[in-house]
Design a protein around this ligand. Structure first.
Ligand code: F6R
Ligand code: MG
Ligand code: MG
Length: 363
């Protein structure tokens, strides 16, 4: 069994919340290289999406392993020192707890991990998003694994024709439910369609009973109880044979869906698929974006990455995203660009309500 772990955190932005300083990447590379030499990791790749540092790791320790989580935590703490030295923006932002207690879940960083037997050939795609929240994977995961208009294999490829099982989590009441696609899709969509509360944690192949996808569903606002930044989630997807083909997986991102996030985590905007080098959200701190790093695994070694959205066939999606961004921006502080009040994480409402309390008159 090989374990594929992606653990990510915003430990300081360069400039503002827009991108990553190269010293943070090299600091993380040094930490993980040491762990690889010591035999804890089989392999690793460090990258970033916007202001989020992404540790992509393979190992044989299984998911939720305290040594791997400690390695990630220590790496983020080490990077935070570098960020503080450079006075990068929001240094240590996502390290919400004081010290490590055995598992980084609920402590600020985002985590997506899966363990599986490596197939004779194992294509894996790591999706990374910035300026958006954990539920943003609901729509693309639905398209990849349940929508025959996206994934034609669901109709005529024997290996995927039996459909997929979705694990949907209610991140408010901390419950989970399993839905089988296709027969449960109408029930499933009422929940998946509310991504601010319901997020897709895992997807499984029904015919092979194997893990197909995993996402990070940590919601920082729920973890911290106040606004500390958006989740900027990650999602790992296996492709080909008993899973959708690489192209079917990527096809789900040709639609620049409107997601929560963007400026101050308080707006809706299009999720723009971009190349790794364009993962620098600058316009109005956005618009939200997603990158895709493709790997082949070879006995746990990460062969890659290939920058999967660095392809002119995603230009139209990017253009549409820019047009949508313009349209949304023109709403200024009005809904639906601005989130509804109950979703606002940056709200001054409590203070305002208090201030205006005795100016409200009965109708
Ligand atoms: C959104 C984000 C940014 C900040 C904004 C204000 O996820 O990170 O849009 O919310 O730049 O940042 P602060 O409050 O740090 O000045
Ligand atoms: Mg930031
Ligand atoms: Mg970020």
């Amino acid at each position: 069994m090989i374990t594929f772990s992606v653990i990510k955190a915003d430990i300081g932005g360069f400039v503002g919340h827009s991108a990553m300083h190269p010293d943070l990447v090299s600091c993380a590379q040094d930490c993980l290289d040491k762990a690889r030499k010591e035999g804890l990791l089989v392999d690793f790749h460090v990258t970033y999406c916007g202001d989020d540092l992404e540790l992509i790791m393979t190992h044989e320790q299984g998911v939720d392993n305290s040594r791997i989580h400690k390695l990630a935590w220590d790496t983020f703490e080490c990077g935070t020192q570098v960020a503080r030295g450079l006075k990068l923006y929001g240094a240590g932002q996502d390290l919400l707890a004081e010290g490590f207690t055995g598992n980084v879940k609920g402590m600020g960083p985002g985590v997506a991990e899966m363990a599986f037997e490596e197939r004779p050939s194992e294509p894996v795609i790591v999706f990374m998003a910035d300026k958006t929240s954990a539920g943003s994977w609901n729509l693309p995961l639905y398209k990849m694994f349940a929508d025959p208009f996206n994934t034609s294999g669901l109709v005529f490829a024997e290996q995927v024709h039996d459909g997929f099982r979705f694990e949907v989590q209610d991140i408010v009441s901390h419950k989970k439910i399993f839905f089988d696609a296709p027969e449960d899709i109408y029930d499933m969509l009422i929940f998946m369609g509310t991504p601010s509360r319901y997020t897709t944690k895992h997807v499984f192949s029904r015919s092979h009973n194997e893990i197909a996808a995993v996402s990070s569903t940590e919601r920082l606002s729920l973890v911290a109880g106040k606004y500390v930044g958006k989740d900027d989630p990650v999602c790992v997807v296996r492709a080909q044979n008993q899973f959708p083909a690489v192209g079917e997986v990527l096809e789900a991102f040709t639609f620049p869906q409107l997601v929560e996030g963007w400026m101050r985590g308080s707006h809706r905007g299009p999720l723009m698929p971009v190349s790794l080098k364009d993962a620098r959200p600058t316009r109005f701190d956005g618009p939200p974006r997603v990158t895709a790093a493709g790997f082949q695994l070879a006995n746990g070694k990460l062969i890659g990455p290939v920058d999967m959205f660095d392809d002119p066939s995603f230009d139209v999606a990017r253009q549409e995203a820019n047009q949508l961004a313009d349209l949304m921006r023109r709403h200024g502080p009005f809904e639906p660009h601005r989130l509804p009040l109950e979703e606002m994480e940056y709200t001054t409402m409590p203070r305002l309500s208090k201030k205006l309390a005795n100016r409200w008159e009965d109708l």
